[in-house]
Design a protein around this ligand. Structure first.
Ligand SMILES: Nc1ncnc2c1ncn2[C@@H]1O[C@H](COP(=O)(O)OP(=O)(O)O)[C@@H](O)[C@H]1O
Ligand SMILES: [Mg+2]
Length: 628
C-alpha cells in the first residue's frame, strides 16, 4: 500500500471513530472472537502471509543497496544481473502474495458480514410486535447494513492493518538500525511533529463527521417518509412544500459545509505527511552522504536507508491510528450485539405444545392487560430518543372473560378505543397478558408453539397489509403449497376473481407498496382471500369488512359466513347487521365486557347494545359513526 493510501485510511478511521473512548470491554472481545472462530484457519493463513509480505518488502531496498555497491566497487556484470533478477522475482512474489492476501481478507470480511447479518435478521424476526411498533425501521435497517459493515471493515482493517504494520515496522526498523542507528534515530525524530497535530485534528473532524451523519440520517428518514405513496399524498393534501424544501436545503447545506472542511483537512494532512517524509529523506541523503564521504558508510547503505525510510512512514502513521481503529471496531460490534441482546418478550417454551385436532374453543379468563412500556421492548438508539419511556400504558383490558364454543361465533362490539382489537391481538400472542389467561382448545397460548398458533389462527384486520409483491406471492404467504385452482377459488369466494383476471399480469401483477394501487375495499378482499386460502380453525375478523361498500360487503359477508361455517370465530364489526347472527355478542366498553347475550336478548334488555343498535338503524346518515 502506498504511504498516501495508508495515511488516508488512517485519517478516515480517526474521523469515524466514536468520541467516547471506553476501555476495552473483555466480554465484547470474547464475543468477537466467537464470531471469528469459524474462520480461524483463514485468519492464521492471513497472518503468515502478512509476515511473508513484510519480509519481501524489506528485502528489495537491501538488494538495491547491494547493486549500488557492486557498481561503485566495479564488480563484474554477473552480480548486478543476479541481484536485479532477484529483485524482479521478489516483485512478482510480492504481487502474488498481495492478491492472495486480498482474497483471504475479502473472504474473511464478507464471511463475517454474512454471519452478523443473518444473526441480526433472525433475531429481529423473533422480536414481538411491540418492538416494531416502537422502532424506526430506518434505524433498524441501518443497524443491519452500516454497523455490520463497520464491524467487518474495522475487523479486517485491524487484522491486516495492525498485524502486518507491526511486522513491517519492526523489520524495517531493525534493518535500518543495523545499517546506521544514528541516521535512523534522527529520521524518526521528525515523526511526532506531524503525527500529534494530525491526531488532534482527527478528533475534531470526527465530531463534524458525526454531525454530517446525523444530518444525512435525518434527510434519509424524511425522504423515505415523504416519498412513500401515502406520505406524498399527505404532503399534497396538507403539507407546506416550501417549508419542507427549506428545511431539507438547510440540512443539505450543512452537509456541504462539512464536506468542504473535511476535504481541506484531508489535503492538509496529506501535504504535511508528504512534506515530513521528504524532509526526512533529505536528512538521510545529507547525513548518509556525509558519513559515506568519511568512509563510515558505503554508498549502497545510503541508498538502502533512503528506500527503507519511504517504507517506514506508512506503517508508523497507520499504527498511530490503530487504537482509534480498534475502538471503532468495538463500537460497531457493540451496536450489533446490542440488537442481538434484546430479549424477545414473547418466546416459545422449549416444551411448547400443539393445539388438539378438530374444532377448538377460545377462552379468555379474567384477562388484564396494558401495553408494555418502551424500555421493556426497545432500544433508545433505535427509536431516535435519548432515553426510553419507562411509563407503561394504563390498563387497557380490565378483567375480560368469555368463551367461544368450538365452531361458534363470538362478536365484539363497542365504542372505538374500548379494547376490542387488543382482545383480538392477544389470541395470536402478538402480546402476552399481564394477568389471567387466554386459551385455545383449553391450552394457554403461552404454552403453544408459534407454528401451531400460525396454523390454527387466521386474522384479517381493517388495514390488512400486502407486501410489495405479486398477488400470487401475497396469497401464497398463507399457504405456500396452494395450487392455481386453490388461488382462484379463494379469489372467487372473496369476489375478487373478476378484478384479478382483468389485471395486466393476472395473478402475477405486483400490488404496489402497501397494496396502494388497489382500492381499500379491493385490498381488504385480497386479505380475506388470503384467510380463505389458509383455512385455519380459528378465525379473527377485526373490522374485516370496514372498507367495503354495502354491496360488496354483502357479497363478501356471504363468503365469510361460508368460510366461518364450522370454525370458531371472533368477529369485531362496526356494522351491527353483520354481528346479528353471532352465537354470542359481547359489548366491550373501557376494557370490560358490560353486556353479553344474543342479539334478541340484548335488544330486549334495553341496555348499551340496544342504544347502539337504535343509533345505527334509526338515523342512516350517521350509520356506524359511533362504533368504528
Ligand atoms: N400499540 C399500542 N400501544 C399502546 N396503546 C395502545 C396500542 N394500541 C392500542 N392502544 C390503546 O389501547 C386502547 C384500546 O385500543 P383498541 O383495542 O385498538 O380499541 P378498539 O379496537 O376497541 O377500537 C386504546 O386506548 C388505545 O389507545
Ligand atoms: Mg380496533
Amino acid at each position: 500500500m502506498s504511504m498516501e493510501a495508508t495515511a488516508w485510511t488512517q485519517l478516515h478511521n480517526v474521523m469515524n471513530a466514536q468520541a467516547d473512548r471506553r476501555p476495552f470491554d473483555r466480554a465484547t472481545l470474547r464475543r468477537i472472537a466467537a464470531f471469528a472462530r469459524p474462520h480461524r484457519r483463514r485468519v492464521a493463513l492471513f497472518l503468515v502471509l502478512s509476515v511473508a509480505t513484510a519480509l519481501l518488502a524489506v528485502a528489495t531496498p537491501v538488494l538495491a543497496g547491494r547493486v549500488v555497491n557492486a557498481i561503485v566497487t566495479g564488480e563484474d556484470g554477473g552480480t548486478v544481473t543476479r541481484l536485479s533478477l532477484l529483485i524482479a522475482v521478489i516483485a512478482v512474489a510480492e504481487a502474488a502474495l498481495g492478491l492472495v492476501g486480498r482474497w483471504l481478507s475479502a473472504n474473511l470480511g464478507e464471511g463475517l458480514i454474512l454471519d452478523l447479518r443473518t444473526a441480526v435478521f433472525d433475531h429481529v424476526q423473533r422480536m414481538p410486535i411491540a418492538f416494531f411498533t416502537r422502532t424506526r425501521t430506518g434505524a433498524l435497517v441501518s443497524r443491519l447494513n452500516n454497523d455490520v459493515i463497520g464491524a467487518q471493515r474495522a475487523f479486517s482493517n485491524t487484522l491486516s492493518g495492525v498485524v502486518s504494520n507491526v511486522v513491517t515496522l519492526l523489520l524495517t526498523l531493525g534493518v535500518m538500525l543495523s545499517i546506521s542507528w544514528q541516521i535512523t534515530v534522527l529520521a524518526l525524530v521528525l515523526l511526532p511533529v506531524f503525527v500529534l497535530p494530525a491526531r488532534r485534528m482527527g478528533t475534531r473532524m470526527a465530531r463534524l463527521q458525526r454531525e454530517a451523519a446525523a444530518h444525512n440520517a435525518a434527510m434519509g428518514t424524511r425522504m423515505t417518509e415523504r416519498f412513500s405513496a401515502p406520505g406524498a399524498t399527505l404532503i399534497k393534501l396538507f403539507g407546506r412544500p416550501a417549508d419542507e424544501s427549506a428545511e431539507f436545503a438547510a440540512r443539505a447545506g450543512r452537509v456541504r459545509d462539512i464536506g468542504v472542511r473535511t476535504a481541506m483537512a484531508q489535503s492538509a494532512f496529506i501535504t504535511a505527511l508528504t512534506l515530513v517524509s521528504a524532509l526526512a529523506l533529505a536528512l538521510v541523503y545529507g547525513l548518509g552522504g556525509f558519513y559515506a564521504l568519511r568512509g563510515q558508510l558505503d554508498a549502497g547503505a545510503v541508498v538502502s536507508l533512503a528506500l527503507l525510510l519511504t517504507r517506514l512512514y506508512a506503517p508508523l502513521t497507520a499504527l498511530a491510528g490503530a487504537r482509534v481503529e480498534v475502538m471503532s471496531a468495538l463500537v460497531s460490534f457493540e451496536r450489533v450485539f446490542e440488537v442481538l441482546d434484546l430479549k424477545p418478550l414473547i418466546e416459545e417454551k422449549p416444551d411448547a405444545r400443539t393445539v388438539p385436532e378438530g374444532p377448538v374453543s377460545v377462552e379468555f379468563d379474567d384477562v388484564r392487560f396494558g401495553y408494555p412500556s418502551a424500555d421493556k421492548v426497545s432500544l433508545a438508539s433505535l427509536e431516535d430518543v435519548a432515553a426510553l419511556d419507562t411509563r407503561g400504558g394504563g390498563e387497557v383490558l380490565r378483567g375480560v372473560s368469555f368463551r367461544a364454543e368450538p365452531g361458534r361465533t363470538v362478536a365484539l362490539v363497542g365504542s372505538s378505543g374500548a379494547g376490542k382489537s387488543t382482545i383480538a391481538q392477544l389470541l395470536p400472542r402478538l402480546y402476552d397478558t399481564d394477568e389471567g389467561s387466554v386459551r385455545i382448545g383449553g391450552i394457554d397460548v403461552r404454552d403453544l408453539s408459534a407454528d401451531t398458533l400460525r396454523d390454527t389462527l387466521g386474522m384479517v384486520t381493517q388495514d390488512g397489509h400486502l407486501f410489495h409483491e405479486s398477488v400470487r406471492a401475497n396469497l401464497l404467504l398463507a399457504r405456500p403449497e396452494a395450487t392455481e385452482e386453490d388461488l382462484w377459488d379463494a379469489l372467487r369466494r372473496s369476489r375478487l376473481d373478476g378484478l384479478v383476471a382483468s389485471l395486466p399480469d393476472g395473478l402475477d401483477t405486483v400490488v404496489g407498496e402497501r397494496g396502494y394501487r388497489l382500492s381499500g375495499g379491493e385490498r381488504q378482499r385480497l386479505t380475506i382471500a388470503r384467510l380463505l386460502l389458509a383455512r385455519q380453525r380459528v378465525v379473527i375478523l377485526d373490522e374485516a369488512t370496514a372498507h367495503l361498500d354495502n354491496t360488496s360487503e354483502a357479497a363478501v359477508q356471504e363468503a365469510l359466513t361460508e368460510a366461518l361455517a364450522g370454525r370458531t370465530a371472533v368477529v369485531i364489526a362496526h356494522r351491527l347487521s353483520t354481528v346479528r347472527a353471532a352465537d354470542l355478542i359481547l359489548v366491550v366498553e373501557d376494557g370490560q365486557i358490560v353486556e353479553r347475550g344474543t342479539h334478541e336478548e340484548l335488544l330486549a334488555a334495553g341496555g348499551r347494545y340496544e342504544e347502539l343498535y337504535r343509533t345505527q338503524f334509526e338515523s342512516p346518515g350517521t350509520q356506524a359513526a359511533e362504533l368504528a
